[in-house]
Write a protein that binds this ligand. Structure first.
Ligand SMILES: [Cu+2]
Length: 185
């Protein structure tokens, strides 16, 4: 059995990204070799998936804004600055619930990733996210010119010494500075 991506859509996603050699091609992803059946240890599935106890917006004590930019000097930045190991960008209070508002000012989709916590997506440009985005996330794709609001609770693993990171989850761009640090204190 083969898992194949037919006519892969790796289209131009920005003015800066002109072509992708794999666009339109058919790519073998995986070969599955089925052998004789084994004893299945799982006999029953739960009747319904685990429920989520969502945070209420009213619980949030603070809203932080994150502006993602691509350009020049420095090329990759969050809130106008590039990553600096010697700078703590945000200090979150332990046990607080916060809303983080992430705006993508660039022409490329930006996967925004936060260490330490998992979060729920509240809105995309003011609208409720689709069903498949109603669960716990550690990364959210913020489309060009879009603002995404997420909510989370910072309940543990606190300390002033070891910061966590938030960053754009594309290696070249986080390497170029689209990252920041926060502590939970
Ligand atoms: Cu990371």
């Amino acid at each position: 059995m083969r898992l194949v991506s037919y006519s892969s859509e790796l289209v131009n996603i920005s003015a800066f990204w002109n072509s992708n050699a794999l666009d339109g091609s058919t790519i073998d992803l995986m070969t599955i070799v089925v052998k004789a059946a084994t004893v299945n240890a799982i006999t029953t599935l739960p009747a319904s998936p685990a429920s989520i106890n969502p945070f209420q917006e009213a619980q949030a004590v603070r809203t932080r804004t994150f502006e993602l930019d691509m350009g020049f000097s420095p090329p990759m930045k969050i809130n106008c600055v590039s990553m600096d190991m010697n700078r703590i960008d945000q200090a979150v209070h332990l046990d607080d619930t916060e809303i983080w508002e992430i705006t993508n000012n660039s022409d490329m989709p930006q996967p925004f990733h936060i260490h330490d916590i998992q979060f729920l997506i509240l809105t995309r440009d003011g609208s409720q996210p689709p069903e498949n985005e109603s669960g716990w996330k550690d990364t959210v794709l913020v489309m060009p010119r879009e603002t995404v609001r997420i909510i989370s609770h910072f309940s543990d693993f606190s300390g002033p010494v070891n910061p966590y990171m938030f960053h754009r989850h594309i290696l070249e761009h986080e390497d170029s500075g689209m990252m920041g640090q926060f502590v939970v204190i």
